[in-house]
Design a protein around this ligand. Structure first.
Ligand SMILES: Cc1cc2nc3c(=O)[nH]c(=O)nc-3n(C[C@H](O)[C@H](O)[C@H](O)COP(=O)(O)OP(=O)(O)OC[C@H]3O[C@@H](n4cnc5c(N)ncnc54)[C@H](O)[C@@H]3O)c2cc1C
Length: 535
């Protein structure tokens, strides 16, 4: 381990925030031999990857819980976190979707494709074969497709490999498929409601209405990842993923200081030269600053306004956050009495709405109406990892959304009553089995991680108009910022939310490339591009 100057001195790089993206960036910079200091506002690293024993004997993941993106991501794979204590485990079934409160035969995805296909055929003959064909194609294209989605804008290698694999017509068809609204995609890919709903429920991990262009891609990616590597969880809780990342970053030589909130970045001659903490320390920076903060915090509060182009500040006034989140953590004294017994084996369950119900629910969210019948994501954590609570019990959570602009505690509490009601309908006797319940309102989520504005899951809306070259505002799509050696490395940058570490990796790579023999032309090119896209 290398020693790093933490107070008053200078370091090569400061990473602001020890979320998983910040930790990935810190590890990569330290691997390159840089002195790296991570400054984290909270008492523990991890951001939205943390767990705690909210009820004695019951471990709860406080935010993210299932990690298909992590096991698919090259950014995390290359850190070899298994060598730093991480162990994955799986529920017997990956994900299910209860169609209505009376559904006794909810469809599921299993890790064994024969099992999934047979079940889908049972629900609607022919959909098993359609599922297999889609998965065959996924296996041929997943490398170049993910490279395309994960690369800073404009991606080059991924699209070239896609063209080589699929040919021009095939690549065009795929691009068209990826842009479809989830509802249209589901109808084009499958004939039966079961398979369609599995896609639609997974599309709801982003805040894009299922009738809006681009909403299908999240559903497509998650169902294919569900079939491919499942939705794994770390043995011992989400916090074990953070523990492995923090250990990996420290092993490389990075220093992680908690309870040191950054309140400003000093800029001189267009470069970030120092970082100031709320405690009054100033850390001088020799090479780079990486912000694992939200985009609005970085540009509207940490940087001096005169260091930024006016158009960026104007565009940020129109930055769109994701819809507010309500999360309810349950400790149950038994397994869950689902009407549909198959759901007992699933790690993730989607429930509360069928296709039309999802459209109505999204309409509620976009018309300031507190949903009477919330659609929700539900996690059966002991089913996925028996270490989470005593045998025969369940540590579970549900999360759902409040309407845009409605994030007050009173509305959240009202919505939590509706969540309990929907659960009771799907699992009669659920309430009687609850021994403890802890609610995380939007204010609680934001209070424990400044990036989670009213609980924002993805660091800003995932809608097409704020993705790719428009993320976080028009003209970006990369980690570089208008300040020469400052990089945005959080979910606020492209490709966005989820625990994949790509945002942190993109930022670290951009910082590493900006120094050395090729650094000068790269910095010039970046300045030229940004001066064309920002005014
Ligand atoms: C309820 C919920 C459920 C989710 N479920 C899943 C899931 O199952 N699977 C999945 O893949 N994704 C899930 N996500 C999304 C995922 O957790 C996030 O997209 C991801 O964690 C973002 O990582 P990050 O490093 O960009 O930011 P964060 O994890 O938010 O970390 C940012 C860190 O920066 C710190 N910070 C902020 N400002 C400052 C400052 N000024 N000074 C110092 N430190 C600062 C914060 O305290 C925090 O530690 C979920 C999110 C939520 C909220």
């Amino acid at each position: 381990m290398k020693s790093t100057t933490s107070r008053g001195g200078a370091v090569d790089a400061v990473v602001i925030g020890a979320g998983h993206n910040g930790l990935v960036a810190a590890a990569l910079l330290a691997d390159a031999g840089w002195d790296v200091l991570v400054l984290e506002a909270q008492a523990e690293p991890g951001g939205a990857v943390k767990s705690a024993e909210l009820t004695p004997g019951y471990l709860s993941d406080l935010y993210s819980a299932f990690y298909p993106l992590s096991v698919t991501s090259p950014a995390l794979e290359e850190l070899h976190l298994e060598d730093h204590g991480l162990r994955w485990t799986h529920a017997p079934a990956v994900v299910g979707h209860a169609r209505s409160a009376t559904d006794e035969d909810a469809p599921l995805i299993y890790r064994d494709i024969d099992h999934t296909a047979a079940e889908l055929d049972r629900h609607h003959p022919g959909d098993g074969g359609r599922w297999r064909a889609l998965f065959d194609q996924w296996q041929r294209i997943k490398g170049p497709l993910l490279s395309t989605l994960f690369s800073p804008f404009p991606p080059v290698r991924g699209p070239t490999r896609l063209l080589r694999t699929l040919g021009t017509a095939g690549a065009l068809e795929l691009a068209h498929l990826m842009l479809l609204p989830a509802g249209v995609m589901a109808q084009q890919l499958f004939e039966g409601e079961a398979a369609r709903l599995l896609l639609l429920g997974n599309a709801m991990h982003a805040d894009v209405p299922i009738d809006a262009p681009g909403s299908g891609v999240m559903g497509y990616l998650l169902i294919m990842m569900a079939q491919d590597g499942g939705f794994p969880v770390p043995v011992g809780g989400a916090g074990q993923l953070t523990a492995a990342l923090a250990h990996r970053a420290a092993f490389a030589g990075a220093q992680i200081d908690c309870q040191r909130r950054v309140r400003g970045i000093d800029v001189k001659g267009g470069r970030a030269v120092a970082v100031r903490t709320a405690g009054g320390d100033t850390v001088q920076v020799r090479r780079a600053v990486i912000a694992d903060t939200s985009a609005p915090q970085l540009y509207q509060s940490l940087l001096p306004a005169d260091a930024l182009p006016g158009s960026l500040l104007r565009n940020l006034e129109h930055f769109v956050w994701d819809t507010p989140v309500l999360k309810v953590n349950y400790a149950l004294n038994s397994t869950i009495p689902w009407r549909s017994a198959s759901l007992n084996g699933a790690g993730t369950v989607h429930l509360g709405a069928d296709q039309h119900g999802l459209i109505r629910w999204m309409a509620d969210l976009n018309t300031a109406t507190l949903p009477e019948r919330p659609f929700m994501l539900f996690g059966e954590m002991t089913t996925a990892d028996p270490s989470r609570s005593p045998a025969g019990t369940e540590s579970a959570w549900a999360y759902t959304h409040l309407p845009r602009g409605m994030a007050d505690d009173e509305s959240a509490d009202k919505l939590s009553v509706a969540v309990d009601r929907v659960l009771e309908e799907h699992a009669p006797g659920f309430a009687q089995r609850v021994v403890a319940k802890v609610i995380q309102r939007p204010s609680d989520l934001e209070g424990s991680d400044a990036n989670l504005h009213t609980g924002a899951v993805n660091g800003g809306t995932s809608q097409l108009y704020q993705q790719l070259i428009f993320r976080p505002t028009p003209g970006f799509g990369r980690a570089e910022t208008p300040v020469e050696n400052l990089y945005l490395g959080s979910a606020g940058a492209s490709p966005g939310g989820g625990v994949h570490g790509i945002c942190g990796r993109n930022a670290a790579r951009a910082a590493l490339r900006s120094v050395g023999i090729t650094g000068w032309p790269r910095r010039r090119l970046n300045r030229a591009v940004l001066s064309l896209t920002l005014r």
